[in-house]
Design a protein around this ligand. Structure first.
Ligand code: PEP
Length: 257
């Protein structure tokens, strides 16, 4: 089964809504200039909540071949949850994807696998795809327990989903020691864990679901290292942080083929 590669740019807590418009315009122009073929890689931007409406207006108005998503979502359906943004609100804004369980949310906001799981369920119930982040810290990697640790996070994060739902999930393997550090995992490191994730999806859900689910690598991805990572059979794209804030660099990542 063929999986369209996915390049998702997580802007984190950067760019106001005017800066967001400039970046998206520049990204669209650059992709056009480089003759990017959307069939070879789906390009997704993941702005802060406050920029999503501006991105929606631009993408719809100019019919840009870009998708967009959110960096987080409430586990609740709506109501008396001050400060929370529900999945229905994001779907109404045209979001296709929601990042859940990013390591920064797990670390700074104490998000457990159970919370990540509730957010994945909420996202799917609103007809969007969760990008479920998993990955080990440095100590776990040094102890050689990275596969076991990551699969444990994956099991908790995908609990209770059906095989059909899992086919719509995107899994992002993001070793925490490689995020924002310039320390990129080797293509072989990425392949080892992404293959283990696909094996786990086949065992727990179905081989069809495992063959459909896109598995991304994330951690200091740049134009200079993406081709080698994408050459690995179980890596279907990248979740990109810092480099997604530069239109030309992110376009070059998307144009890895
Ligand atoms: C991320 O934030 O998910 C990420 C991978 O960041 P960076 O590309 O900057 O390492």
């Amino acid at each position: 089964m063929s999986r369209t590669p996915l390049m998702a740019g997580n802007w984190k807590s950067n760019l106001n809504h005017q800066e967001a418009v400039v970046l998206v315009q520049k990204l669209a122009w650059t992709l056009q200039d480089k003759k990017h073929d959307p069939a070879k890689a789906e390009v997704v931007v993941i702005p802060p909540f406050t920029d999503i409406r501006s991105v929606q207006t631009l993408v719809d108005g100019d019919r840009l071949d870009l998708r967009y998503g959110a960096q987080d979502v409430s586990q609740h359906d709506g109501g008396a949850y001050t400060g929370e943004i529900s999945a229905a609100m994001l779907a109404k804004l045209g979001c296709s994807y929601v990042v859940v369980g990013h390591s920064e949310r797990r670390e700074y906001h104490a998000e457990s696998d159970a919370i990540v799981n509730a957010k994945a369920h909420a996202t799917l119930a609103a007809d969007m795809s969760p990008i479920v982040c998993v990955g080990e810290g440095l100590e776990v990697r040094q102890a050689g327990d990275h596969v076991t640790y990551t699969l444990e996070q994956l099991r908790g994060s995908l609990d209770g989903l059906t095989a059909e739902q899992v086919a719509d999930v995107v899994v992002a393997y993001e070793p925490v020691w490689a995020i924002g550090t310039g320390e990129v995992a080797t293509p072989e490191d990425a392949q080892e864990v992404c293959a283990a994730i696909r094996g786990e999806l086949a065992d727990r859900f179905s081989s069809e679901a495992a063959a459909s689910t896109r598995i991304l690598y994330g951690g200091s991805v740049k134009a200079a290292n993406i081709a080698a990572i994408m050459a690995k059979p179980d890596v279907d794209g990248a979740l990109v942080g810092g480099a997604s804030l530069q239109a030309e660099e992110f376009a070059a990542i998307a144009r890895f083929y």
